[in-house]
Design a protein around this ligand. Structure first.
Ligand code: ZN
Length: 54
């Protein structure tokens, strides 16, 4: 079990999850990325916005 970095709620590892997989926090809905499976670790997924600082 891991913790959502935003809302702190528990997120469960689901069967078939792989490192790098993106999924949504069931609680707050932000996109999370699987960092590690053992132990299970997630982080907020990088936003793919064009933020190049013009
Ligand atoms: Zn959350």
């Amino acid at each position: 079990m891991a913790e959502c970095p935003l809302c702190g709620s528990d997120v469960q590892k689901e069967p078939g999850m792989v490192v790098g997989e993106l999924f949504e926090c069931p609680d707050c809905g932000i996109e999370l990325e699987v960092i590690k499976l053992n132990p299970f670790k997630v982080s907020e997924a990088p936003q793919e916005e064009e933020d190049w600082g013009e």
